[in-house]
Design a protein around this ligand. Structure first.
Ligand code: GDP
Length: 299
């Protein structure tokens, strides 16, 4: 919690400070409500959420003296109300043998790192893990996954840079079946520059996985970089159109000024939020906790 708080402190202290500035020894009037709403929108919480929070504040305290702490506590409560229903730990069904998890998201969002962190967790639980280096566009992504393989003792399936990603996915499932693996983690490239191409590539990967096992992929996890702020909302919309996203992981919450976007995304899309990334290290993936996140946002 301390690390999440430290990470979110840039956004929360910005929001916390504006709340302190706005509230200082004043009655809760229309002007203050408007200023608070603006501050929440600035913090990426989204217009609908911001309006609901200020309405709730008005319902409770209109025309009364309020303190910054009271405002922060209502804020934390309302944010938690949005986040609680989407809080859902990742729960692979290992009886699938293998459970197939496809990781999608734009380049640099943290897909490969998140796969490595998940592999480490499953390995620590004694699970057999196979990772597929489906980001065939970047040689570095393939190398990075191999390093995670050595570090975690998970099998890595990789082909040369530029190979067909769906071929890698197919072989990953082949190897996973052959080795009796519990889970297959399949990486992908995320070049958003060309949406038609992205769609072609991802639908082909999903089709190939489905051909191998008609119940798969069992999880399609969209990785979002918290530092991209409002762009993350757009990414959710695009990837939902392109492939059936089943859940989210938000990364880089250790360095962001924009954690509020997760609240806006959850309010609008109601997609399960599985975990958050709070650093580059193997331990830096945590199950999502709505209450903690809400308190960190509120400052
Ligand atoms: P990909 O292109 O989506 O596979 O992204 P990568 O996994 O290669 O990550 C891109 C960069 O972000 C790398 O330098 C990672 O170390 C870094 N990264 C990933 N997750 C986190 C996180 O939670 N916090 C921080 N600070 N960096 C992260």
């Amino acid at each position: 919690f301390q690390r999440l708080r430290a990470g979110l402190s840039r956004s929360s202290s910005a929001l916390g400070q504006s709340i302190t500035g706005l509230v200082r020894k004043r009655k809760l009037d229309d002007e203050m409500l408007q200023d608070l709403e603006d501050a929440l929108i600035q913090a990426d919480l989204g217009v609908d959420t911001a309006m609901r929070i200020t309405e709730e504040l008005a319902r409770r305290r209109y025309d009364k003296q309020v303190t910054a702490d009271e405002v922060r506590s209502v804020l934390a409560e309302e944010v938690e109300k949005v986040l609680k229903p989407v809080t859902k730990p990742l729960q692979p069904d290992f009886s699938h043998k293998p459970h197939v998890l496809l990781m999608v998201g734009v380049n640099g969002s943290g897909k490969t790192t998140t796969i490595g962190k998940l592999a480490a967790k499953f390995r620590a639980d004694g699970r057999k893990v196979v990772m597929g280096a489906g980001d065939t566009f970047r040689a570095a992504a393939i190398e990075q996954l191999k390093v995670w393989g050595e570090r975690t003792g998970a099998t890595v399936v990789a082909k040369a840079q530029g190979s067909d990603a769906s071929g890698v996915a197919w072989e990953t499932l082949d190897v996973a079946k052959r080795e009796g693996a519990d889970i297959a983690l399949v990486d992908t490239a995320g070049r958003l520059q060309n949406k038609a191409h992205l769609m072609d590539e991802l639908t082909k990967i999903v089709r190939v996985i489905r051909k191998h096992d008609e119940t798969a992929p069992h999880d399609v996890i969209l990785v979002l970089d918290a530092t991209t702020g409002q762009n993350a909302m757009q990414q959710v919309e695009i990837f939902r159109q392109v492939c059936g996203v089943t859940g989210l992981v938000m990364t880089k919450l250790d360095g962001t000024a924009r954690g509020g976007i997760l609240v806006a995304i959850s309010d609008k899309h109601e997609l399960p939020v599985h975990a958050i990334g709070i650093g580059e290290g193997v331990e830096d993936l945590e199950a999502f906790d709505a209450g903690q996140f809400a308190r960190a946002i509120a400052g």
